[in-house]
Design a protein around this ligand. Structure first.
Ligand code: MN
Length: 228
């Protein structure tokens, strides 16, 4: 037997300070996880249950690579996010076991076609075309969890063309990393190779072709992306 077409290559993310590569299985994302961002989008930040959506694994763009301005939008937004990389998974993971699934952390941008998302929200339709598009998930190298001091209380920021647009603390997350893993594993069998984008703080806005973004999380790393 043989493949009828060539199989797609595996998406990879480098591991910081090593020669290792992280093979991406799935990309899960959490929406509305910082109160000030929920409010700027016109919502009410109540801790009900988290909003989950996903991106295809090949939406990953590694650090220092440019991203082409995507199709079918006039309002592309950046969203800086802490990204969790899983070394193991499971279903119905308990809160005491959640952090043992974590391999490490990275800085990511959840690129969003805000015009398409707003139209979908208004009609109660899915967000897929607004979120799960090509090159929509730039990500830094992964820092191993053992090298990251305090993930629950560290600074997260993003600047566009040298001007700071987003700055917050991961302390402001409504659902912390362990709680996200617990909740997500109620719906999906989590696996080694999964990435979880954990939501963005306030300050999201439009970017144009030619804009240069630099995102950083203290103790985790840095990500630079140029929009072409
Ligand atoms: Mn997001």
């Amino acid at each position: 037997m043989q493949y009828v077409v060539d199989p797609s290559p595996i998406s990879i993310v480098p591991v910081a300070r090593s020669e290792s590569l992280f093979p991406v299985h799935r990309i899960y994302c959490v929406g509305q996880n910082y109160g000030d961002h929920v409010r700027e989008m016109g919502g009410d930040p109540e801790k009900g249950s988290p909003v989950f959506f996903s991106k295809p694994a090949d939406a990953v763009v590694i650090n220092n690579h440019s991203v082409d301005y995507p199709l079918a939008t006039n309002n592309l937004n950046y969203e800086v996010e802490l990204v969790v990389a899983l070394a193991s998974g499971g279903t119905n993971i308990g809160i005491d076991d959640a952090m043992s699934c974590v391999l490490g952390y990275a800085v990511g941008i959840d690129f969003t076609k805000r015009d398409l998302q707003a139209a979908a929200k208004e009609k109660g339709k899915p967000w897929d075309t607004a979120k799960g598009f090509d090159q929509s998930a730039p990500i830094s190298a992964i820092s191993l969890a053992e090298d990251v001091a305090e993930i629950g209380k560290t600074k997260i920021m993003l600047e566009v063309n040298g001007e700071v647009k987003q700055h917050a603390s991961t302390e402001d997350m409504i659902w912390n990393v362990a709680e996200i893993i617990v909740e997500l594993s109620k719906y999906y069998q989590l696996k080694a190779g999964d990435l979880i984008f954990t939501g963005t703080p306030s300050g999201v806005s439009t970017v144009q072709a030619g804009d240069h973004m630099r995102a950083a999380i203290d103790g985790v790393g840095e990500l630079t992306v140029e929009l072409k």
